[in-house]
Ligand binder design. Structure first.
Ligand code: S3P
Length: 172
């Protein structure tokens, strides 16, 4: 079992909840390596997430995601920025929990919608009504996110505030 000092810090949450920026901030503050499941998938495939979805489909992406999560779960001392859909597979949750503390960055559909508009392309939200899609997916996933060890409300918070909340919650 990993001790509190070298347990991974696992950031979970819907697209647009601030996982990527918060993980970078935490990496700087704690001087720990940051890994992103999406970035590792993109490196492995040599393609963007959008292209993987387009060319190979979601099921293929989820398989890669499961493999990456399994690798990360055997590591220590990382800050882990997880793709928003990681939680839908219970195998992922249990693997990440082995060496890590799961932190859910919770936010309202409206706040998430505002955030995704100025960030990277999300194939699942490339639809006519992204806000309705966020509501639908979030409603499906909420029960999985709730399995986290720590749940933080990130509505209207800055990245610095969220990172501070994570450190306080972990007593680091
Ligand atoms: C997804 C979230 C994305 C990425 C992919 C699918 C999801 O990651 O993994 O587009 O199912 O919620 P972010 O949460 O980092 O945007």
């Amino acid at each position: 079992m990993a001790s509190k000092e070298n347990k991974n810090i696992i950031l979970l949450g819907f697209m647009g909840s601030g996982k990527s920026c918060t993980s970078q901030k935490l990496g700087d503050l704690l001087k720990r390596e940051v890994v992103s499941t999406d970035k590792l998938i993109e490196q492995k495939e040599g393609k963007t997430i959008a292209d993987i979805f387009k060319e190979k489909g979601e099921a293929y992406f989820r398989q890669l995601e499961r493999e990456i999560v399994s690798t990360i779960s055997s590591q220590r001392n990382r800050i882990v920025d997880c793709g928003g859909g990681v939680v839908a597979d219970p195998v992922n949750i249990e693997a990440l929990r082995k060496n890590g503390t799961l932190i859910y960055l919770s936010a309202s559909p409206e706040f998430l919608y505002k955030n995704i508009q100025r960030t990277k392309k999300r194939p699942l939200l490339n639809v006519e009504n992204p806000l309705a899609k966020i509501r639908e997916l979030l409603a499906q996933r909420e029960k999985f996110y709730q399995k986290a060890d720590i749940i933080l409300d990130t509505n209207n918070k800055t990245i610095d505030e969220i990172a501070g909340d994570v450190l306080r919650a972990l007593k680091l």
